[in-house]
Design a protein around this ligand. Sequence first.
Ligand code: NDP
Length: 607
Amino acid sequence: MTTTDGLSSGVSTDDIDFDAVHAKYLAERDKRLRPDGNDQYIEVKDQFAHYVDDPYVEVVDREPLFDDVEVVFIGGGFSGLVTGAALKQAGIDDVRIIEKGGDFGGTWYWNRYPGAQCDTAAFVYLPLLEETGHMPTEKYTHAPEILEHSKRIAEHFGLYENALLSTEVTDAEWNAESSRWIIRTNRGDEMRAKYIAMGTGPLHRPKLPGIAGIESFRGHSFHTSRWDYDYTGGDPAGAPMDKLADKRVGIIGTGATSVQCIPHLARACGELFVFQRTPSSIDVRNNEPIDPEWFATLEPGWQQDWLLNFTTLQTGGFTDEDLVKDGWTDISKRIRDRLLSAPEPDLTPEGFMRAYHESDDEKMAEIRARVDELINDPATAEALKPWYRQLCKRPCFHDEYLQAYNTPGTHLIDTDGKGVEEITETGVVVDGVHYELDCLIYASGFEVGTEFTRRSGYDMTGKDGLKLSDYWADGMRSLHGIHVHGFPNVFVVGFAQGANLISNIPHNLTEAGITIASIIDHAEKIDADQVEVTEGAERAWLTKLESGGRSFGGDQTCTPGYYNNEGQDAAAGAQLGSLGYPEGPVAYFDYIKTWRESGDFDGIDFR
Ligand code: NDP
């Protein structure tokens, strides 16, 4: 039941009563709605702080630094790497990246759980492939290769030279007299920087489920983003976790992380108990090695072509060819083809929504049929079927996850949408049944929608004592998602209030990095001390974004999750942070290129 693209397909939907299916979607959602929304999760601090310790390096003492730098970048993930690279390419050499992890890589530094892999194709996901000369070894790269690539970028562009690793920024303050930022860290540093940029990532602060008794568990426990290989045995490259052979292991959560590590746990554990609240949708992965001979035929400039091709198709546009050909491009190609194949295509927003819902009904029917096809036990198969639209939650793609439940010793403990009842000293309780465990793994995800300072660990004080947390108290405000009025010489790197391209985050970051490098280059050439967006330009940008209403998530007909603020209407301010360019990512990337290349930098005041 796979197409030539390797995507699941071919299920007859003729006999399906889709009204009944939609009613079930709502009933399943209702089971999961809870009044505490985002507050159901525990912040990883105080007695839980050890869950975020860095297990990968020994932090070595060093003397604090009191010096001057031209550009400080907070965060050594892809944002810092691509911006650092763009700055170096523009001839701006005095760049210091400050990173709390012991090396570069960001999410790929922390997430080393077994089976970790990128769900977006390497050719569009991995930045700077042509510049660094790296050929991805497979279509969907595994985490160790992505971590290596991060280090490769840092080496290639000389970003290690001035970096501060295992260091957390605690505070950044604007000094108007000197037109410099004063940046303090948890290692006692106090440096001055002309420019400060930050890319701290949308999903980097692990969270724990607020389950009664969580503090009482006496067995071993850790969060998936700090995998404890000392305890489990094995390694991130996939060596068997031999120390689990006589262990009873529980894992809470069945999101994208869990989907990737469960096949490995199923092979290794004496017994594995997977505690599920909502099943993920699991489409075909169809990974494949990259053929070096074919790779050698790619013409210079190929990566930009692939990026444009992917983003165009992924956002409903037209191209002659689908270069990436995967579940992401398939989603939008199906909608587009359905829309255009009607005898009289209805190209209105209503027509688009109808086509979207019909293709989604078909896709989800295929995904549920795949569960029946792959799972031996009918009750387990029933519990693994997702009853919601595919984009309500993060779509998952895997060719071994479902089959893991056929492994003897692997038990799916479905909580029927209610979640785990209680954690005791020795295990987990669901529906009154106690499961004894040696080890409990939290695959409970990352903070989304909490305050900026809670996730970043620092605040910024801009002009006239203005705190960024106060300025953004009612929601993010920026020009292009990069510049913030009242915060001269500050640049934000992300995807919000720019392209808002969710399926390939690095594309957003790369464009932001190039844009920032052009602005700093210009400021230096004209001898400007300060670069700041005008109040009017920032307001006009927000008005434009709001009028377009192109935002990510927020659909309350969906089952709850971080895509829709756990099923609660987000405050108006929080919605601001999910707005994107009204005409879509391809148009945004065109727009921002023209904006920076014109040399006018409209909306920015250089003085
Ligand atoms: P998620 O937030 O997606 O999943 C958390 C899981 O914990 C959910 O299954 C949730 O259930 C469950 N959970 C929370 N509380 C309870 C409870 N009280 N009882 C039982 N279960 C509970 O986190 P992930 O780490 O899986 O993924 C986060 C994101 O990271 C992904 O969405 C993706 O964006 C990214 N990622 C990307 C990858 C890539 O390929 N690039 C790979 C892996 C992750 P429920 O669904 O009911 O809320």
